[in-house]
Design a protein around this ligand. Sequence first.
Ligand code: NAD
Ligand code: MG
Length: 333
Amino acid sequence: MGVAGRLRVAVLGATGSVGLNTLDVMARHPDRFEVTALTAHRKTDELAALCRTWRPRVAVVAGPDEAEALRSALPVDAVTEVLHGPRALEEVAAHEMVDAVMAAIVGAAGLRACMAAAAAGKRLMLANKEALVVGGALFMQAVQRGGATLLPIDSEHSAIFQCLPTDRSLWNDWIDHIVLTASGGPFRTRAPATLSAVTPEEAVAHPNWVMGRKISVDSATMMNKALEVIEARWLFGLEPSRIRVVIHPQSIIHSMVACRDGSVLAQLGTPDMRVPIAYGLSFPERIESGASRLDFTRMNDLQFEPPDPARFPGLQLAYDALRAPEGATAVLN
Ligand code: NAD
Ligand code: MG
């Protein structure tokens, strides 16, 4: 812990959608959080602006050219040490002056830093689902051996985590199955014959969430939900037959736990990543996230439908990959 017991946080992928939302939540609680490290890949101007605001001890960028650009964009008396490359990401994630790591790099590039944070026993807030999809059992072993606290940030997995008791040893007995909700993305009702002509701009125009481009495209194809099925398999220790997916176009219910006794528990909220991020930052407490509140008197419809396998063939690949020999999920990713 830092000054006056503040949680010292490293935000990996600080210039991205999840990274910026994380900083937005932390800015509401200067008494609780301090930023010790910020990282970005190539957006050095954006990162420089964040460093001026947050004054982290360390900043990490992709390579020597980006490091030079960042140094020259910072004031001469800056407190921030600038490092570069994948090794530096690992060092920051495991550093003794870091209590908690927000893993918000996109893609498998985030794996090594996540493994380093896990092995070092950090509070690991995992948005970077691809790292878990690729790392699988090895990732979970690193968490267990390192004594890390793994907290899901993906909204569906945060929803399930919020519905479950904090005592993980109860999970298997509690759960009959879980239901991941999916919005269906921008092409849910588009005539199949027109899908070959969609543009990147149409694909990233998600109906409910504002996110990075890669996850937005994955949402349009439902490959994102495929990755989330695999993510859930590891986070909650469930065999694939206990993980179901339903399309819920309003994105109000963020996922559900169907319990042994017939109870179904759901977590609801407006679609705003600051809610799961705030829970990851404050668990087991709860803090203000900045998200707008649900108004049940204005909510006229909650719809549900099964995903159409012909429209979204990628979803089944998650189940196939989980049944295949270990490593298949990394190939799928
Ligand atoms: P983004 O593209 O907006 O941001 C990605 C961040 O990672 C940026 O800071 C970028 O500089 C950095 N980065 C990119 N490539 C890198 C590399 N090779 N090495 C180091 N850093 C690199 O992405 P995002 O939408 O914020 O998503 C981040 C992760 O969170 C993804 O795994 C995504 O699936 C997951 N996630 C995002 C959301 C969301 O609302 N955006 C929701 C749930 C889960
Ligand atoms: Mg999600």
